[in-house]
Write a new protein. Structure first.
Length: 243
């Protein structure tokens, strides 16, 4: 089942169009990645899908158009963005940042928010250890875990992840991508925008290469990893020889 379908999407900043006629789809329980160079329109694409930027075209979520739907309503339906900058509340504790992630569920009296928080702590033991610590004092990897955990508090069906590996050490990047793979196993679909093309293609099921605001090529990630042009451009010559 297609959870997300984007058809002929155009996004502009004033008179400058940054995304030109992009179409893509994400099936339930799958990871789809969008890779490409800086300035290709990847972050703009996610922002438009989330409703943060105006756009032309059609955005279908769970079979229903969300073009006129405000951001809050999209979140309430299970669509959630983890932005590139993580945008945590640095002066608030880890626990309080997580509570803010459940804002759409405020008023629930069935204990579900506490249960979700406990599930997040089970998935991210370091967050449980640092639940009272200020978010601004966490390491880069811990901040990314908190950003993911906060998004999970909304009980999303589809996560939009923007550059989750940005600024992280290689060992931490591997840990973050292992977590992303585990989210798929739990049934959460993911649309992953990522500069680290190798890591993205290794964890995802299907990929789109975005160049100059347009889809240059697409395919299952195994075929993209074997594609000579993709390999040479985004994975380097060494990766091409290995392939």
């Amino acid at each position: 089942m297609r959870l997300l379908e984007v058809r002929d999407l155009h996004v502009a900043y004033g008179k400058v169009e940054a995304v030109h006629g992009v179409s893509l789809a994400v099936e339930a329980g799958r990871i789809v990645t969008v890779i490409g160079p800086n300035g290709a329109g990847k972050t703009t694409l996610l922002a438009a899908i989330m409703g943060l930027l105006p756009s032309r075209g059609e955005i279908l979520y769970a079979g229903t158009s969300v073009n006129r739907m405000p951001v809050e309503q999209r979140v309430g339906r299970g669509l959630c963005l983890v932005p590139e900058g993580r945008e945590l509340f640095a002066a608030m504790s880890v626990a309080d940042n997580l509570v803010l992630g459940s804002f759409q569920r405020r008023g629930a009296r069935d204990g579900s928010i506490v249960r979700t928080r406990d599930e997040v702590f089970q998935r991210f033991p370091r967050l449980a250890e640092r639940h009272g610590q200020l978010a601004g004092t966490l390491s880069g990897g811990e901040r990314q875990m908190l950003a993911l955990g906060r998004a999970l508090m909304a009980q999303p069906k589809l996560l939009l992840l923007d550059e989750p590996s940005l600024g992280l050490a290689p060992l931490v990047v591997r840990e973050i991508f292992s977590i992303i793979a585990s989210l798929r196993a739990s049934g959460v679909a993911i649309l992953l925008v990522e500069q680290n093309a190798r890591a993205a293609l290794q964890v995802a099921d299907y990929g789109y290469v975005l160049e100059m605001g347009e889809v240059a090529t697409e395919g299952d990630c195994g075929s993209l990893l074997r594609d000579e042009r993709v390999t040479a451009t985004y994975l380097g010559q060494a990766a091409r020889r290995d392939a």
